[in-house]
Design a protein around this ligand. Structure first.
Ligand code: 5GP
Length: 145
């Protein structure tokens, strides 16, 4: 059911886009906003969301908007790589609650992965220390090209 439903403009990411909730931004332009996940599964877990479109998930995204948005996802993933030098990076995305989606505004996760460090559970656990997120975000911001 949650795969196809009306867009709820009160979802957390819509509120972040309207400036009603704070976020630790790493990149923003007219196409996308990228910010730190406050329940990071790994250090440097970043989210990239499209702006100016009511897309709950990947299937909803107007195809003509996808190219520009995916360019931003890649731009931020490259910056995460340059900033944090992980051993690998997971770029992922969930569609519908059964698939693991908890916030219904399209987003891609960028998860740096390092040998010997396991990934924490999805969308759970302790909220990160904001000062720590700011410090990581600062490195990523400086690595955006
Ligand atoms: P999903 O489960 O929809 O794929 O991903 C939603 C992500 O948003 C989760 O990784 C979760 O930790 C993150 N998240 C939930 N609430 C907030 C919030 O208020 N701020 C930020 N920055 N991330 C959030």
């Amino acid at each position: 059911m949650t795969l196809h439903a009306p867009y709820d403009s009160d979802n957390i990411f819509a509120k972040i886009l309207r400036g009603e909730l704070p976020n630790v931004t790493v990149y923003e332009d007219d196409v996308a906003l990228a910010f730190m996940d406050v329940f990071p599964q790994t250090s440097g877990h970043t989210l990239v969301i499209p702006k100016g479109v009511e897309a709950r998930n990947f299937l909803d995204m107007p195809p003509e908007r996808l190219g520009d948005y995916m360019e931003r996802v890649q731009k931020v993933a490259n910056a995460v790589e340059r900033a944090l030098s992980p051993d690998g990076i997971v770029v992922t995305q969930f569609n519908g609650a059964i698939a693991g989606q908890t916030v219904f505004h399209l987003h891609f996760h960028i998860l740096p992965r390092n040998e010997g460090i396991s990934q924490k559970a999805h969308a759970s656990g302790e909220m990160a220390d904001i000062a720590e997120l700011e410090s990581i975000a600062n490195k990523i911001r400086q690595a955006i090209r």
